[in-house]
Design a protein around this ligand. Structure first.
Ligand code: 5GP
Length: 197
């Protein structure tokens, strides 16, 4: 008989928090704030086939990999979850580092898209699922335009994704409104139950 994976509030997966939300809501900014102010939280580093943006560092913001490498990682079952995001590039969470941190008792945070969050829920239902919401749709649009890193076509694609993602809010255990980054981060840390947070 396979070993039973423990569940309940003391299971390793209970220390895992998944942060999802629509594009440009500020998930990356909130994660960066967690990284800066709460070093006791471990942030998963995803693999992606997307090209690095200026200032992004391989192994810190993402593991930037080519398509054949991503294919191999999928084939070898290396991902806890993976998804095509904005109909374009692939992004995935390497499984082993997450399981290692959880086994060591460290709170872990995944910042991923909605499809990925659903896969994690199927694999680890005892994890915590947090939805980062914009104060309003108008504000979300403003942030998407303000970032200025995407052309008009890419922006439309991301807005379409965001509309679908906003409708999924009710699937989540907690909703945090990203009205102000430090406040949203502090609320996330409280929800995660991080000691010393
Ligand atoms: P960006 O290209 O702006 O860094 O990220 C685009 C989207 O990909 C964001 O919504 C982000 O949450 C999502 N994403 C980043 N890493 C992962 C991952 O490992 N898995 C999934 N499913 N989505 C991810």
């Amino acid at each position: 008989m396979p070993a039973r994976i423990p569940d309940g509030p003391t299971a390793p997966g209970a220390r895992l928090t998944v942060l999802a939300g629509p594009t440009a809501v500020g998930k990356g900014t909130v994660s960066a704030d967690v990284r800066a102010r709460y070093p006791q939280v471990w942030l998963s580093v995803s693999a992606t086939t997307r090209a690095p943006r200026p200032g992004e560092v391989d192994g810190v913001h993402y593991h930037f990999v080519d398509a054949p490498t991503f294919d191999r990682m999928v084939a070898e079952g290396e991902f806890l979850e993976w998804a095509v995001v904005h109909g374009r590039n692939r992004y995935g969470t390497p499984r082993t580092p997450v399981l290692e941190r959880l086994a060591a008792g460290r709170p872990a945070l995944l910042e991923i898209d909605l499809a990925g969050a659903r896969q994690v829920r199927a694999a680890m239902p005892e994890a915590r699922f947090v939805f980062l919401a914009p104060p309003s749709w108008a504000e979300l649009e403003r942030r998407l335009v303000g970032r200025g890193t995407e052309g008009p076509e890419e922006r439309e694609r991301r807005l379409a994704t965001a509309r679908v993602e906003l409708a999924a809010e009710s699937e989540f255990d907690h909703v945090i409104v990203n009205d102000e980054v430090a406040r949203a981060t502090d609320e996330l840390i409280r929800v995660m139950g991080v000691p010393g947070g």
